[in-house]
Design a protein around this ligand. Structure first.
Ligand code: SAM
Length: 327
């Protein structure tokens, strides 16, 4: 590696999150924008094109890849992409963020292809509420998917829960209990004010969630899972096999240690989830640009990375929602 992705604030970018599709089989109330158009087949990057970006990123020091979306498991033959990425020299870890509705059938194939671990989104245990919050799908499939992921050895399985006031906040403690009874690694996420948020912003702060858990179940002990290099702060209930994590992008700011880029399904490289800046890689990918030219574009993106997002100033990106950027 001759050069690396170092931004103007001395942060090394070694983690790339790739949205493999903007399509999703659910319509979560905090994520979907009913008015948003889907990308056309020609707009989205082909697996060969994504792999070229990964190769360039790996040459510049990126080691970890996360596949997300949209819903990554709805893109046909996504395990092929996993295999292509796993073969790239320098890539050490491939993970996936998924709603798990298709994991019962796909977990083993994904594991065999090279996915090491999964983050699964689940906001409720109640079937009717699941339908109301997710707009489609069956909670039974998600619960089966979680078990299939565990059986396949995707480790750890983390459960991501977005807590909305008056919608699912009465289940905060039920999720925490799962860390004791089933060894779940549960992570609570503050709802971000992104475009497509059709629910009128019902964010519950991490501080409030934590204090509700401690009030019901007792004090949480800090812990540091070995692979926890992301924004979550981890705890556990004493003696519990599972962990409880908190991700507070709204009331907190973890930009100082941000090590990531995001690639949208249509080839836009974004240095920050919560800002509009992006560099379009698709013209270069489709016009036979050299490896060096691609690396230049990645370094240009690093140079654009701001010190921090602007949620504290109530400025959030309005151009794309999570489904499009890749959550
Ligand atoms: N379909 C996959 C899934 O459901 O996990 C991957 C994409 S989804 C956009 C990734 C994550 O973003 C999910 O955990 C979801 O809960 C989270 N998310 C989406 N919109 C959000 C918002 N406005 N605030 C906080 N988290 C959000």
């Amino acid at each position: 590696m001759t050069q690396s992705l170092l931004d103007s604030y001395h942060r090394h970018i070694d983690y790339l999150r790739i949205s493999v599709t903007d399509r999703c089989n659910l319509r979560c109330i905090y994520c979907n924008a009913s008015t948003m158009q889907h990308l056309s087949h020609d707009d989205i990057l082909r697996y060969e094109e994504i792999t070229r970006v990964v190769k360039a990123a790996a040459r510049l020091g990126v080691k970890d890849i996360r596949l997300t979306g949209g819903e990554p498991t709805v893109r046909p033959h996504v395990a092929d992409l996993v295999r292509m990425i796993a073969a790239v020299p320098g890539i050490e870890d491939i993970s996936m963020t998924t709603n798990a509705t298709r994991l019962a059938e796909m977990a083993q194939e994904l594991k065999d292809a090279g996915v090491s671990r999964v983050n699964i989104s689940l906001d409720t245990f109640k079937p009717e509420r699941f339908k109301a919050m997710c707009g489609a799908g069956r909670i039974e499939d998600v619960l089966e998917g979680i078990e299939a992921a565990r059986k396949a050895g995707l480790n750890p399985v983390k459960i991501n829960t977005v807590v909305l006031r008056g919608v699912n906040d009465d289940e905060v403690v039920d999720f925490a209990r799962k860390s004791v009874t089933d060894g779940w690694n549960v992570r609570y996420i503050e709802e971000m004010p992104l475009v497509g948020n059709d629910n009128g912003h019902k964010m519950v702060s991490i501080e409030e969630i934590k204090s509700r858990i401690e009030h019901e179940l007792g004090g949480l002990e800090p812990c540091w899972p070995t692979n926890g290099h992301g924004p979550a702060k981890y705890f556990r209930l004493p003696g519990s096999p599972g962990t409880i994590g908190f991700i507070g992008p709204v009331t907190g700011c973890f930009c100082e240690t941000c090590n990531r880029f995001r690639l949208t399904a249509d080839g836009k490289l974004r240095p920050c989830l919560l800002r509009e800046d992006e560099v379009d890689l698709k013209p270069a990918l489709r016009s036979g640009a050299s490896e060096e030219a691609l690396e230049e574009l990645l370094m240009k993106t690093a140079a654009m990375k701001h010190e921090r997002h602007q949620l504290a100033e109530h400025i959030s990106p309005q151009g794309r929602n999570m489904r499009q950027i890749g959550g």
